[in-house]
Ligand binder design. Structure first.
Ligand code: BGC
Ligand code: BGC
Length: 611
C-alpha cells in the first residue's frame, strides 16, 4: 500500500530528534535501531518492545472506532489501531478525504515518542465497499459460483489497490465461513457450503497481501470468523454451533488452514459459540488449535464488541477482558469503550491475572505485521493508487466476475440467450434498475440500502447497452404496460439489502408479494418469462418455478450489471455452478451436499448454452 519516496531516513532523523529531545543523552544509532529497515524484522520488533512501557503495549492491543477518538487521544493513549465500522466514513465520502483522514490519524500516532504507526482496518468485503465510487465486486457467494480461484486472487489485488489509495492498511476479509444454513443472513459472505470452496478461494488472501507483505498495494488480510460462524443452529447469526470437535475440524477449520498457509496476517474471532461456549473466550480453539497446532503466527483480533458477549451480559467486565486476552486474543475491537478497556487490562496485568508474557506475545505479533507491511518506512497514504478507485480496469474485472458468477438453472426451449440487435424485450422487477439492491449489504452503509447509492451500471442499463440501437428495451418496475408483442420478459426480482443479524430469515424464504405480482403481470401477457434472481442465497421458489421459462441466479453482482446482460445475451456462456444446495422447500433447511435430502437443484448444478 504505502509506496512513497524512501521515508525511513527522514523518519529516522525525526525520531532521533524527538527521542534525544525527551531522553537527553541518547545518540541516534542505538536509540532508533528499530527504525532501521536493514535489520531483520524480529530484531527490530525486540528492540522496540524493549523500549515500550505497559501503557504503550496496551495501546497496541486496543482498536477503537474512528468516530470515538480524536487525534489527541491517539497520541496520548498510544493507540495502535483504528477501524471504520460498516458505513463509518469521512465527509465527503470521497477517496481523497479517506486518504486525508487516514494521514491525519497516522500523523497523530507518529507524534507519540516511539513513533509506532497505526494499522487501520476496514471491511472491504466486495471491493472497497464503504467508499462512494469504488468498484463493487460480487459478494462471495457469487465468486464461489465461478469456481475460479485465480479470478478471486485478481479481485483481491484490485481491492487492495483501491484500499491502498485511501491509506487503509488492513482488510477484515475474507470471510471464510462455510455457510451451512441459508437462513443465516451472512450466507452471501460465504464462498460456499463445503469447506473446499472457501479453501480454494483463499487465493483472495494472496491477492490482498501480495506474494509478501510490504510490496506495492499490500493490504493485511483477515481470515474470519474463526471458527464455526456458518454452522450455528437454525442459521442464527452469532448463535451456537453444536458440533463434535471432529465435525468442527472437518467442516469449518480447513479454510483457515488454507489461509494460514497463504500467510494471512490476522484472524478474527467469531461472535458465535461452540457447544454453548463463546469462541471469544475459547483457550482451546485460539491458543490451542489456531496458534499452537496450526502455527498461526499473525495476530488475532476480536470482533466488534465481541468480548462483551463472553458472559452473556451486555458490556465487558474485567473477567471478560482477562479471559479473552488469556485465551489468545491479541488486539481487541472496542469501538467506544476503549478507555475503560485500557484501564481494565492494565489493572488485570498489574494484579498478575494477565501475564506480562501474554502482553509481550500479543505485541510481538502485532508489531511484526506492522514492520512487515513497511508501515514504519511508509506510514502515509500512497496516493498514486487513488486513481484506481472505481477505475475502468477494475470495473472490467468486476464485469467479468459477474458474468462468471451467473448460474443458469432453467432454460426451457432455449429461451436464452436473448437476441441481440433486433429483439423486443420487456424488463421489470424491483431489482432491475437499482444499484443498491444488486449490491446488497456492506455497500456504502453497514446494512446496504436501495437506490443509486454509488456509481455503476444497473442490470437494466446493462441490458439496454447490450441490446444495442436496433433492439427495443421497455422497462416498467411492476411489469405494467407489457403486451404480447415482446419476444421475452425479464423479471429481475429477489432480495433487498441486508447484512449480519438483520438478514436472518427464520420464517418463510420465498419471494415477496411485490415480486410475485410483477411476475404475474408479465405472465399474463403470454410472453416467455425469464427470472433473474438477485439474492444473497437460494430462495424457496419451487412452487413458482414451473411458471417460469428460464431462471438465472445472479447472486449479488455489485456495480457491474453489464456482466448479467453478457450472459443473458450469450456474449458469455453461463459457466457458474451452484456453491450451495438449492432447497426444494424451506422446511429442508439446513440442506447441504450429501445429507440425503432431495433438493430442487443439487450443489454444483448449472446449465450452459449449446449455441
Ligand atoms: C462483523 C465483522 C466486521 C466487524 C467490523 C462485525 O459486526 O461481524 O465481520 O469485520 O463488525 O465492522
Ligand atoms: C458497525 C458495523 C459493525 C456492527 C456491529 C455497526 O454499527 O457499523 O461495522 O459490524 O455495528 O454490531
Amino acid at each position: 500500500m504505502h509506496r512513497s519516496p524512501p521515508r525511513s531516513l527522514v523518519l529516522g532523523l525525526m525520531a532521533a530528534l524527538v527521542l534525544s529531545g525527551t531522553g537527553g543523552s541518547a545518540t541516534a544509532e542505538p536509540t532508533i535501531s528499530y527504525l532501521d529497515d536493514r535489520r531483520p524484522v524480529h530484531d527490530r520488533v525486540e528492540r522496540l518492545l524493549a523500549r515500550m512501557s505497559l501503557d504503550e503495549k496496551i495501546g497496541q492491543m486496543t482498536q477503537p472506532e474512528r468516530q470515538n477518538v480524536t487525534s489527541e487521544d491517539i497520541t496520548r493513549y498510544r493507540l495502535g489501531s483504528l477501524l471504520s465500522g460498516g458505513g463509518s466514513v469521512p465527509t465527503p465520502n470521497t477517496p481523497e478525504s479517506w486518504a486525508d483522514m487516514y494521514d491525519g490519524f497516522q500523523r497523530a500516532a507518529l507524534a507519540a515518542p516511539l513513533r509506532i504507526p497505526l494499522i487501520y482496518g476496514v471491511d472491504a468485503v466486495h471491493g472497497h465497499n464503504n467508499v462512494v465510487g469504488a468498484t463493487i465486486f460480487p459478494h462471495n457467494i457469487g465468486l464461489g459460483a465461478t469456481r475460479d480461484p485465480e479470478l478471486v486472487r485478481r479481485i483481491g489485488a484490485a481491492t487492495a489497490e483501491e484500499v491502498s489509495g485511501t491509506g487503509v492498511d488492513w482488510n477484515f476479509a475474507p470471510c471464510l465461513c462455510v455457510a451451512r444454513n441459508d437462513r443465516w443472513g451472512r450466507t452471501y459472505e460465504s464462498f460456499g457450503e463445503i469447506p473446499e470452496l472457501p479453501s480454494q478461494m483463499s487465493t483472495v488472501v494472496t491477492g490482498l497481501q501480495g506474494r509478501r507483505l510490504g510490496g506495492p498495494a499490500s493490504v493485511l488480510a483477515t481470515a474470519k470468523h474463526y471458527v464455526g460462524d456458518g454452522g450455528t443452529t437454525g442459521g442464527k447469526d452469532q448463535g451456537d454451533t453444536q458440533l463434535s470437535e471432529a465435525e468442527l475440524r472437518k467442516i469449518h477449520l480447513p479454510p483457515f488452514q488454507a489461509a494460514i498457509r497463504r500467510g494471512a496476517g490476522s484472524v478474527m474471532i467469531t461472535y458465535s459459540s461452540w457447544n454453548g461456549v463463546k469462541v471469544h473466550g475459547h483457550d482451546h480453539l485460539i491458543n490451542g488449535v489456531l496458534k499452537r497446532e496450526l502455527g498461526f503466527s499473525g495476530f488475532v483480533i476480536s470482533d466488534y464488541n465481541g468480548i462483551d458477549q463472553i458472559d452473556g451480559q451486555p458490556g465487558f467486565t474485567p473477567a471478560e477482558v482477562r479471559t479473552a486476552i488469556n485465551a489468545g486474543i491479541d488486539m481487541v475491537m472496542v469501538p467506544s469503550e476503549w478507555r475503560r478497556f485500557i484501564e481494565t487490562l492494565k489493572a488485570e496485568v498489574e494484579a498478575g491475572r494477565v501475564p506480562m508474557a501474554r502482553i509481550d506475545d500479543a505485541n510481538r505479533r502485532i508489531l511484526t505485521k506492522k514492520v512487515e507491511l513497511g508501515l514504519f518506512e511508509r506510514p502515509l497514504t500512497d496516493r498514486r493508487y487513488l486513481r484506481t478507485v472505481g477505475s475502468a480496469q477494475h470495473r472490467a474485472l468486476a464485469r467479468e466476475a459477474v458474468a462468471e458468477s451467473q448460474v443458469l438453472l432453467k432454460n426451457q426451449r432455449n429461451v436464452l440467450p436473448l437476441d441481440r440487435g433486433n429483439g423486443k424485450i420487456f424488463v421489470a422487477g424491483k431489482n432491475a434498475d437499482d444499484i443498491g439492491n444488486q449490491s446488497g449489504g456492506w455497500t456504502i452503509t453497514w446494512q446496504g440500502s436501495s437506490g443509486p447509492i454509488t456509481p455503476g451500471t444497473t442490470i437494466l442499463e446493462g441490458i439496454e447497452q447490450t441490446a444495442g440501437k436496433s433492439g427495443t428495451v421497455t422497462y416498467s418496475r411492476d411489469g405494467s404496460g407489457i403486451d404480447g408483442s415482446y419476444e421475452a420478459a425479464v423479471a429481475v426480482v429477489g432480495e433487498t439489502p441486508y447484512a449480519e443479524f438483520f438478514g436472518d430469515r427464520p420464517g418463510a424464504m420465498g419471494l415477496d408479494a411485490e415480486d410475485l405480482a410483477t411476475i404475474e403481470r408479465l405472465r399474463a401477457s403470454g410472453v416467455p418469462v425469464i427470472v433473474v434472481l438477485v439474492s444473497g442465497r437460494p430462495l424457496d421458489i419451487s412452487a413458482e418455478l414451473p411458471k417460469w421459462n428460464a431462471l438465472l441466479a445472479s447472486w449479488l453482482p455489485g456495480t457491474e450489471g453489464r456482466g448479467v446482460a453478457d450472459v443473458l445475451f450469450g456474449i458469455r456462456k453461463p459457466t457458474g455452478k451452484l456453491p450451495v444446495t438449492w432447497m426444494n422447500s424451506v422446511s429442508q433447511q439446513p440442506i447441504n451436499r450429501g445429507d440425503g435430502q432431495d433438493p430442487l437443484f443439487p450443489f454444483g448444478y448449472g446449465l450452459t448454452y449449446r449455441r
